[in-house]
Design a protein around this ligand. Structure first.
Ligand code: HEM
Length: 251
């Protein structure tokens, strides 16, 4: 599952490994869809697998099992991908240890903290699109067929919108209204009308749950390692990942 989002843009054997992983994952989810449909597997009505397996289009048709498999994977894969943001949140907590106590003392700090991680750690630095019809915007011409890149990371760290943009300051989110155009770690614009990621709230709640667990439920040591971000990778992860030692549940 990790190969699907970490190695898909790679070249060489990693890329081929990612393609193989995708085929295997699609076979796995297609099997789940088929077993749900023939009754040999049961899940809760609200599970993603059940919703996808039983969804009917306007003509009352079920999705083919191949399409349903891809749709189910489109839910599972990004939820697993949030693990990269989670590792980055662990990294931020390590680099800014004063936030441990703040998160422990006040649950209300979790959201500003994870928003600042999403702002400052590039996950997908940019998204690409192709211009559908000619238009002009602020003197720039966009001709049909051109490829455009939306600079997500550049927008999230643009000094015209953010004070001291390269500094990790979760408190900036205490009293700042974000707009659909200045804070866009998972795409920009309106969730309902544009392609902005509909999974933002899922990612935020996964990250908050994890940070709360991290500061309240466990103790751990972080041995010496290389925690510089590997900027040639997507998503950029600490070079040593984030190695923890002697992890124990707090009594
Ligand atoms: C790891 C954290 C995540 C990141 C960095 C991320 C990022 C993105 C980006 C950049 C886009 C494209 C936006 C655009 O084209 O303007 C996108 C689209 C999408 N994301 Fe996410 N995403 C994440 C998590 C999730 C989760 C947890 C889900 C759901 C379970 C999800 C579901 C989707 C879907 C369905 C789309 C396509 C939306 C469309 O084309 O209309 N994502 N995401």
């Amino acid at each position: 599952m990790t190969a699907l989002f970490q190695d898909a843009g790679a070249v060489g054997w990693k890329h081929w490994g990612a393609r193989l992983a995708r085929h295997r994952a699609e076979r796995w989810t297609a099997g789940i869809i088929e077993r749900l449909r023939d009754g040999s597997l049961q899940t809760g009505q609200e599970s993603a697998a059940h919703v996808v397996a039983t969804w009917r289009d306007l003509n009352g048709e079920l999705l083919t099992s191949k399409v349903a498999a891809v749709e189910l994977l489109n839910v599972v894969r990004p939820i697993v991908a949030v693990s990269a943001f989670i590792a980055q949140a662990a990294h931020a907590l390590h680099r800014h240890p004063e936030w441990r106590q703040k998160l422990k003392d006040d649950e209300g700090q979790l959201e500003p903290f994870v928003q600042e991680v999403r702002r400052l750690y590039p996950f997908f630095p940019a998204v690409a699109a192709r211009v559908k019809s000619d238009f002009e915007w602020r003197g720039y011409r966009f001709s049909k067929g051109y490829r455009g890149l939306l600079d997500l990371y550049g927008t999230n760290t643009d000094a015209r919108s953010w004070d001291a943009p390269q500094e990790f300051r979760p408190e900036r989110f205490h009293d700042r209204e974000v707009t659909p155009y200045d804070f866009i770690p998972q795409g920009g614009g309106d969730h309902h009308r544009n392609h902005r990621c509909p999974g933002e709230w899922i990612a935020i709640s996964q990250m908050k749950a994890f940070c709360s667990f991290f500061v309240n439920a466990i103790d751990y040591e972080v041995p010496d390692q290389d925690l510089d971000l590997e900027t040639e990778e997507l998503p950029p992860m600490p070079k040593s990942r984030f190695i923890m030692r002697n992890v124990r549940r707090r009594q």
